[in-house]
Design a protein around this ligand. Structure first.
Ligand SMILES: Cc1cc2nc3c(=O)[nH]c(=O)nc-3n(C[C@H](O)[C@H](O)[C@H](O)COP(=O)(O)OP(=O)(O)OC[C@H]3O[C@@H](n4cnc5c(N)ncnc54)[C@H](O)[C@@H]3O)c2cc1C
Length: 478
């Protein structure tokens, strides 16, 4: 390991922070370049507009973060985030019906995104080998098609330009990354890109939770049924730190997202089940409605370029961004950081090595990519500009199989467990094609009847000021 080597990481959000941390473990110093000013606490900032909306960190990603930065998850929990067991602590209407609340097999860390980022920032930036340059914007790469030797940056205030030399530049600037443009300027052919765009949009509002219906109250999730061939409509109520409920209503293209406060409740009433509307019907809203139209699945294929410059890597949303409904972006960034960590151990990135490392990073995002992109194809008016054969000629067969699994998982604990392992990014998606899993799918149901309504206990109903009879009457249209 050559401790005199220096890296520049572009973007100090989830992916950039983790990347800076792993490079600093192996190399002498890292400059972390960020356009924003990073707040000292769990606060919103301009460069992270998605932080207005619900965020979960799946257990697969949480374990990686904890392995890289021990104590991070406990700090997040101490600051108010929650560990929510799947499916024990979740009330979910899946595309195929209400999910039984089986004992928790996996979990999500649920908390405001500003809180999760702040905790990670505190952990990473405590490392003196990392020098944070705020209000500094990456403008272009320096070097040529064979080797990137640095990056040109500009001060956001005043516009002064400067070149930062580097043995390695890592692009973690998110969905708006200029990487494709920057590489063209170095004379490289365009990186291929796949886009699967169901037109996902989010509208989020926060409410004061009823007393007691925060930490122990289940997360509620009402999903669309793609089989009805209408735009998908979704709604979630996630209890958050500070005694709040964060409520996100979302839709696919044409779903009529509520953008005004007065449209929020009627939209919630239009979901497949009125539970979200019932929950928020009598609680006080404490924010306006925040809207985001960022939700297409988009993946770059740097590994397909015949030539990749030494001294350059890309990860996080810059490399692959997913429909956020699946909650995979932060876990995918953590996976990529873990791959980088493994590759940098004992490897100083000699000539030609960067392309290999990039290939490994790109492979690590394949599972979340195919999970999200293939599901979105199910929705009406989804725009598919992809070359991935699994999303073109192979898509229909996959969708049929996924529907069978979704149907079986509602009432079969064994199937639900394995699906939860995969969805939480704790097991590879290939497990769902294993002979063991196929055998499970053939087994008769475990005797549990399908649920006809949300599996809330009497105590939970009371905490949320709902009564079971009224809920049932509403569902029946009464
Ligand atoms: C609505 C929504 C909900 C989501 N929900 C979830 C969820 O529940 N779970 C989950 O795991 N993921 C979720 N995601 C995805 C998640 O937000 C991202 O995957 C995650 O933030 C990691 O992204 P990143 O660090 O690569 O990029 P970003 O978080 O987008 O950060 C990019 C950073 O780069 C900076 N920057 C940009 N350009 C420049 C430049 N030229 N120079 C210097 N700095 C620059 C920005 O200021 C920012 O700090 C959601 C996304 C959206 C849109």
């Amino acid at each position: 390991m050559d401790r005199s080597r220096h890296a520049v990481v572009l973007g100090a959000s989830w992916a950039g922070l983790l990347a800076a941390h792993v490079v600093a473990r192996h190399w002498g110093s890292v400059t972390l370049v960020e356009r924003d000013v990073l707040p000292d606490g769990p606060e919103q900032r301009k460069g992270l507009p998605q932080a207005r909306h619900v965020h979960v960190l799946w257990s697969g990603g949480a374990r990686i973060v904890e392995g890289l930065l021990p104590g991070t998850i406990d700090r997040a929990l101490a600051a108010g985030a929650r560990k929510v067991g799947f499916h024990e602590d979740v009330v979910t209407l899946t595309s195929h019906g209400w999910q039984h609340r089986f004992p928790a097999r996996q979990y999500v860390i649920m908390g405001g995104r500003p809180l999760l980022d702040w905790v990670l920032r505190e952990q990473v930036l405590a490392d003196e080998r990392i020098d944070l340059r705020q209000r500094t914007e990456a403008v272009t790469l320096v070097g040529d098609g064979r080797r990137v030797s640095g990056v040109e940056v500009r001060a956001v205030d005043g516009g002064a330009r400067e070149i930062l030399d580097a043995d390695l530049v890592i692009d973690a600037t998110g969905r708006g990354s200029g990487l494709r443009r920057w590489l063209s300027a170095l004379g490289l052919p365009p990186i291929e890109v796949d886009i699967v765009d169901a037109g996902i949009a989010y509208a989020t509002r926060e409410f004061v939770a009823p007393p007691g219906a925060t930490a122990g109250f289940p997360a509620v999730n009402v999903a669309a049924d793609h089989r009805v061939r209408e735009p998908g409509r979704f709604g979630v109520v996630f209890p958050q730190e500070g005694g709040r409920w964060m409520v996100t209503l979302s839709c696919t293209r044409g779903g009529g997202l509520p953008t005004r406060a007065e449209d929020f409740l009627p939209y919630a009433q239009s979901l497949r089940d009125p539970l979200v509307a019932r929950l928020i019907g009598s609680v006080e809203a404490i924010t306006p409605v925040f809207v985001s139209h960022i939700g297409a699945n988009r993946r770059l294929y740097p590994e397909r370029l015949g030539r990749w410059p030494d001294g350059l890597l890309v990860l996080g949303d810059s490399l692959a961004a997913f429909n956020p409904i699946h909650g995979h972006g932060m876990s995918a960034a953590a996976r990529a950081a873990a791959v980088l960590d493994g590759r940098l151990a004992g490897n100083d990135l000699g000539p030609g090595d960067a392309h290999d490392v990039q290939r490994a990073i790109s492979e690590s995002v394949d599972d979340p990519w195919i999970m999200a992109a293939s599901r979105d194809l199910d929705f009406v008016d989804c725009r598919n500009r992809s070359t991935d054969p699994r999303l073109t000629e192979g898509a229909a067969v996959t969708q049929q199989f996924v529907d069978l699994i979704a149907d079986k998982a509602r009432c079969s604990r064994a199937v639900s467990d394995l699906v939860t392992d995969v969805v939480s990014m704790s097991a590879p998606q290939s497990e769902l094609g294993s002979s063991d899993f196929l055998a499970l799918m053939q087994q008769p149901d475990e005797g549990l009847a399908p649920l006809t309504g949300p599996p809330l206990t009497d105590e939970e109903l009371a905490l949320a000021n709902l009564d079971r009879h009224h809920s049932e009457a509403l569902r029946a249209g009464g």
